[in-house]
Design a protein. Sequence first.
Lengths: 330, 537
Amino acid sequence: MLAFILRRLLQSIAVLLTVGLVAFSLFRYVGDPINAMVGQDTTMEQRDELRTKLGLNDPAPIQFARFIYNASSGNFGLSYRTSEPVGRLILERVPATLELSFCAALFALFVGVPMGVYTGLYPKHWTSRLFQAVSLIGISLPTFLIGILLILVFAVSLHWLPSFGRGETVQIGWWTTNFLTWSGLKALILPSITLGLFQLTLLMRLVRSEMLEVMRTDYIKFARARGLTNRAVNFGHALKNTLVPVITVAGLQLGALIAFAIVTETVFAWPGVGQLFIQSVQFSDIPVMAAYLLLIGLLFVLINLTVDLLYFAVDPRLRAQGGGARVAGH
Amino acid sequence: MNFSFRHSFALAAVASAGLALAPVADAKTFKWANSGDVSSMDPYARQETFLLTFTSNIYDPLVRRDKNLKLEPALATKWGQTDPTTWFFDIRPGVKFQDGSPLTADDIVFSLNRANGPGSNMQSNFVSVKEIKKVGDLRVEVTTKYPDPLLADKWQALGMMSKAWAEKNNAVNSADMTKNEENFATRNAMGTGAFMLKERRAGEKTILVPNPNWWDKPTHNLTEVIFTPVANAATRVAALKSGDIDMMYEVPPADTESLKKDANINVMEGPETRVVYLGMDQERPELLESNVKGKNPFKDKKVREAIHRSIDVDAIKRTVMRGQSYPTNLMVAPGINGYMKDLDKRPALLKPDEAKKLLADAGYPNGFEVGMDCPNDRYVNDEKICQAVVAMLAKIGVKVNLRAQTRNLYFAKILRKNDLSQGETSFYMLGWSPAQTYDVHNVFEALIESPNKDTKKGQFNAGGYSNPKLDTLADKMEQETDKAKRDAEIAEATKLYVDDFAYIPLHQQAVVWAARKNIDLVQPADNSFPLRFVTVK
């Protein structure tokens, strides 16, 4: 078990280094940050001096090695755009992204799963067909458009909800939260729906097809034959058996929600990490882009590691195989 | 801390004490948005209009510009030259910083040196400066290496900082990009200006409140200013329509019409001082991307004329720019010192066969082929303008191969290198505003004079147009203190580049702002946005 974790961790480091190296070899294609950093009248000589000072004239592998060396001591450098330490810049925006992703995940889970159960149980009912149709919108419309439509309806026409931003936030230590103010909660609604809609659709369709599958199995028939209530059959037996794949997908999708909140954050001017990344790309802000990509790489590595470990814990067959292999090896 | 909660709590307390609630009724909060955030609170962090104009609300300069871009006294009450190489600035007595400390000549000397020091991006304002020294509690003297009649103009955007504050907070220099150190002045600000920084959340919001002890009489009536960056244009428009913001700075052309139709919104439009123009490589013996070998067609004035007079800027204005441009034939805009109205007349357009004949006279009866570089995210509709130019030139047999790309790649490609050797372009688009001095000399020096490694002139003359006579005139006007003589030199030099078809000036793009009807503000032509002119009804 320990060997397994260690091996996975080593692999993770290799993955992160690869992500970093690929990122650095791509950076020269995003352009030269110097022209955005200096004023119009700065002479070419001064521009080149700054370029040399920042190490941008060095070959990509050297820039990468320097980045890794500094990063290993927690130093990610200063942002070219804002001259602030990159570590803090990202850390400050993490709460906004995490809270948004968390709410979007909750929304997807608590609306998507019941909708899936319902459409699975009553596939022919007209409300099921309506849900199906709505879910098609969730899958086919781009996030950008959904966000703008929601803003036009709920902010511009109805004036119920704010059109952008986080509203008032409360600071707890280094964490800023939306959950403790009325305006913060209101500000969460539209972006969460926008971000969570795709996952909602995914979960709903997954649960639906799993439910359809399970409802046909013998043990459900036996359960009914035993005279169990509908409730006990549907939720106690059927839903429970659909949940294994649902949890796997939901877990993995959480990573996707955090990593791909970029579009939603841009539409709603949500001050999260995704928006920071977009701004950094426009500016060729290499230190921030590098740190962000590593962070997201790390996130996915950790999620995959957790999922692997969960499989290990959940599925007895995997454990048996692992043990068997070891025995065979001796 | 939950602000609204605290606020209502305070209200309840006041109400229960039976006091009048007058201040609340008068609260004038002004909320505005722009596509990007102010990159720093440090007034020397970047030589960029938006940062300079934002921080100037907190940090007053020595001299500032009024609504019509004329210089007027700010922290300096008097300034001028005692001899051709000596400037003096008399500091306004009795001015206090926002922390209560008095402003003295020491602060001015400190600020100017900081702006010219490491980490600062303002050093190009100090090229002529030899020494800055205090000659009394309220007088600063600056000696220059050569006569520099424009020094005060150059410094109009430099906000003055407190020496004691900077020293106390370890912000004596601007942030050093090569170190991983937070600089206090990046997030905090304390000047003598009309507004004080109350809260700064980079990328999220920046809150300013009026400075009750400002030395000048406030012309605004604001009690709080909230600035938020909203990157997405559609969201920004929606926020303005819904009233979540009161004003948006820089409206995308596509949204102007829909905003004009909104009864609650005023759209303000005016020409920007920046001129967008096309340049041609007149330096290389052979163009980089062309089917003409052994010679460079752009070296021939007839070719430049044929191209210049085949580009219909009014058509570009009508179609691509949706009416939001101001066509010009000069490299400087009205409002800039040295703009020659008499010379701002575009020569008549040529019919395609007339232009073809001109090309044939130059030895290109079948036209020629040339590559063109264009940014796609720098100026309003930049790529579309280039596409229109491609179509217009196709009619006269000049086949243009357009390459449009993002600005960070674009500028790296076309601009001159460190040693002023040419960038890689044959035909390109740039925009320029003499934003430091508001004087035409900056344009001559940077764009039109021959590139010269030793004198550092012609840094941005990417095409390498060169006219020794113009060089002499431009160098003369730099140090000329007699206005009549100087104007004559400017007129002569302007005529030279116009007659040479050195560049193809296209237009000034419009600065478009939009605000809710209850907002009153001033829109200066340099696209700066001083909050001191804003009132909320």
